[in-house]
Design a protein. Structure first.
Length: 684
């Protein structure tokens, strides 16, 4: 059994067709309520839930050192307090901020019980830099066993500055000051709701020569769903967190890192194709890079750095450029030779070692499980540092203005992100090219034949989505915060629900696993492409286990059942009220085991009015229960996985005609895009 298949968070396989749902008890409800309150108006801790101030006043770290398991982390934190921590109000940036956030995470994570953790978090809310605090607390809630299944508010609600354009934030400030003429107002009970139309950046700069192609996709890259998914994926395996020390599945993080970005890149390229834009280019330090004009500002009012048309990497970055090139050469040599070298000089065969690709992924990311970070460096960080070109302040990191690539919340907005990760994913592709192609015996499922595959009409459209942005404005009292709700309204891509209908004939009763992918039929020039050449452009839509019976099997699977997707997050004001109501003895509150996933609404690319053709690929393979492993992810819930590589069977070129593999099936599908007014006229 391949150890690398022990766990797949963002894009893996699960046996259950329904995500388990639990009814919350009082302990869960109290935790959920308390945690949610910590994230609101962190910049005004004495105004919002001021009762927490007394709790913070009476907590003293020095008196509670024994209540934490990680004495080293607590001692380090006390030393930081003694010598001065990052001031409140300073934007999160630079190594000092990062190290302080990691230190605070270790303090939070090592609290021996929930009460100690909560008390420490309340104290930190009043005393620690807001952005250091939000990061450390978010990751700690995700990884502490006693906060399992507890949600934190969506990042776009906690830090709306990093998700909505300056104009939206300015309008929110006007509303807070009483100027409400440009917003739609609705009053429900004693609460006033204000809705601000929120445009994407293409609204402002679509006519700027050289950038319009990239901003055609701003609805995809700047929507709130994709970065929320990405944040959860990265928080599940922070690059600085050691797998062994923190009991994470250590044999998968490197492979998952590569496959996660390969799948994001595949989805991005499908969206480019639907907008008549070619595949994203590689990045090159010797060529001008794609321009970018972020229409965002940091909470302190500083605008994000821009890249004009024709921008080149400045010469003062030469040391980082050299480090990037050195890392590239060393990793490329490892793939070509088949060996990486650990910190003791011992070679590791990445093609014969069971977790060779995982080891390769670790050194590419430069994460805490890298066998030799001193030699292979931190390629991922270097790419973003070199191409982000964050302005450098030589005296203090407290005055640095981070670029979009520097921050996890804004990274996917920058079109350069996709070029950078095309470079990084190319290592995954080259590694796969060095592996032998799958043999017929490795692909075929004896006695099983996919007779037909049909799918309901695929229809995309845009609909309204409202995001709570109260955290962008100051409030004068807790009462005001509760009685005024400000929401940004965006048009977001969505699709009509659809189902796969698969007919499979089997000559025996047997367990099988079904994988479904979507990919291009034509390139941007209208020429038909072969899956043997474009297999790495296919997006995995779903994967599930079925029990085949002898004879004909009719399998139906709804798009909403996909193990990879989750619906839109419940707005925090709505969820909080449900939790409070349940605590007061009202309606029961339920929660799913899988808290996060790829946005359901983005699972297929935008179609065209006249229809746009894609290829749908279905593979039905044997599910070996003896090789299956149960895993429990802090993000993706409880899953059962099989032992095949991530992306199987399209992770390598298929050297056979599909008719030679009867358990595979490929067919054309058409995605149509409709205006909302036309949807009721569609028979689906």
């Amino acid at each position: 059994m391949k150890a690398i298949a022990l766990f797949l968070a963002a894009v893996c396989l699960a046996q259950a067709t329904q995500v388990p749902v639990h009814t919350a008890d009082k302990t869960y409800l109290v935790k959920q309520k308390n945690i949610y309150e910590l994230f609101w108006h962190v910049d005004q801790p004495t105004v919002y839930h001021p009762e927490l101030y007394q709790k913070a006043r009476y907590f003293n770290f020095e008196d509670n050192v024994a209540s934490f398991n990680d004495q080293v982390a607590v001692t380090e934190f006390l030393q930081r307090l003694k010598h001065g921590i990052i001031p409140r109000g300073v934007v999160f940036s630079g190594p000092q901020h990062f190290h302080e956030a990691v230190n605070l995470f270790h303090v939070f994570h090592s609290a021996k019980d929930f009460d100690t953790f909560y008390n420490a978090a309340v104290w930190a809310r009043f005393n620690v830099n807001e952005y250091v605090y939000i990061y450390a607390l978010s990751v700690a809630v995700l990884h502490r066993p006693d906060t399992k299944h507890i949600r934190v508010p969506p990042a776009y609600e906690v830090l709306p500055y990093y998700f909505f354009n300056e104009e939206v934030i300015h309008q929110a400030h006007h509303i807070a000051l009483g100027n409400t003429q440009n917003a739609v107002k609705k009053t429900v009970g004693s609460v006033d709701y204000y809705y601000i139309p929120a445009n994407y950046s293409d609204w402002y700069i679509v006519h700027d020569h050289g950038v319009s192609d990239y901003h055609k996709l701003s609805f995809f890259t700047e929507g709130v769903g994709l970065p929320s998914f990405y944040i959860a994926s990265i928080h599940a395996f922070p690059h600085w967190l050691n797998s062994v020390k923190h009991n994470l599945p250590q044999f998968v993080r490197g492979e998952l890192y590569l496959y996660l970005h390969q799948q994001i890149l595949a989805r991005y390229n499908l969206e480019r194709l639907s907008h008549n834009v070619g595949e994203v280019d590689y990045v090159d330090v010797n060529r001008p890079v794609v321009p970018y004009y972020p229409t965002l500002q940091h909470p302190n009012g500083a605008s994000f750095p821009q890249r004009p048309v024709g921008f080149k990497i400045p010469v003062h970055m030469h040391e980082d450029i050299q480090a990037l090139q050195d890392a590239h050469v060393r990793i490329s040599d490892a793939i070509a030779s088949g060996h990486i070298v650990d910190a003791n000089g011992n070679p590791i065969d990445i093609y014969k070692t069971v977790d060779g690709l995982n080891q390769l992924g670790n050194i590419i990311q430069g994460n805490a499980d890298s066998v030799n970070p001193g030699y292979y460096g931190h390629l991922d960080v270097l790419y973003r540092k070199v191409f982000g070109v964050t302005p450098v302040h030589h005296t203090t990191s407290n005055h640095v203005v981070p670029s979009a690539l520097d921050l996890l919340s804004t990274r996917l907005r920058d079109p350069l992100f996709y070029g950078i990760y095309k470079n990084i994913v190319s290592y995954w592709t080259k590694y796969k090219q060095h592996l032998p192609k799958y043999t017929h015996e490795e692909l075929v499922f004896p006695g099983v034949h996919v007779e037909s595959v049909t799918v309901d009409k695929l229809v995309t459209f845009f609909d309204h989505f409202d995001s709570l942005i109260n955290n962008a404005v100051s409030v004068s009292s807790h009462k005001e915060a509760q009685s005024t709700v400000i929401k940004a309204r965006q048009n977001r891509l969505n699709h009509k629900p659809f189902s796969f209908h698969i007919t499979v004939h089997s000559d025996k009763n047997v367990k099988a696993i079904v994988r479904v992918f979507i990919g291009p039929k034509y390139n941007v020039h209208g020429h038909e492409v072969d899956i043997s050449e474009t297999h790495h452009h296919f997006l995995e839509l779903d994967q599930w286990v079925v029990d085949l019976v002898s004879g004909t099997n009719k399998i139906e699977r709804s798009s909403h059942e996909s193990v990879y997707v989750t619906p839109d997050e419940v707005p925090s004001d709505v969820l909080y009220k449900k939790v409070v109501k349940a605590l007061e003895g009202g309606e029961a509150f339920t929660y799913p085991e899988q808290l996060y996933g790829f946005p359901d609404r983005l699972i297929i690319p935008r179609g065209k009015k006249e229809g746009l053709q894609f290829k749908l690929f279905v593979a039905v393979s044997h599910f070996d229960e003896t090789a299956a492993v149960h895993v429990d992810s802090p993000v993706w819930g409880s899953n059962v996985v099989d032992a095949r590589s991530l992306g199987y069977p399209l992770d390598r070129p298929i050297p056979f005609n599909f008719t030679e593999v009867p358990n595979f099936h490929i067919r054309d599908v058409v995605i149509t895009h409709k205006q909302v007014d036309d949807l009721n006229q569609i028979n689906v």
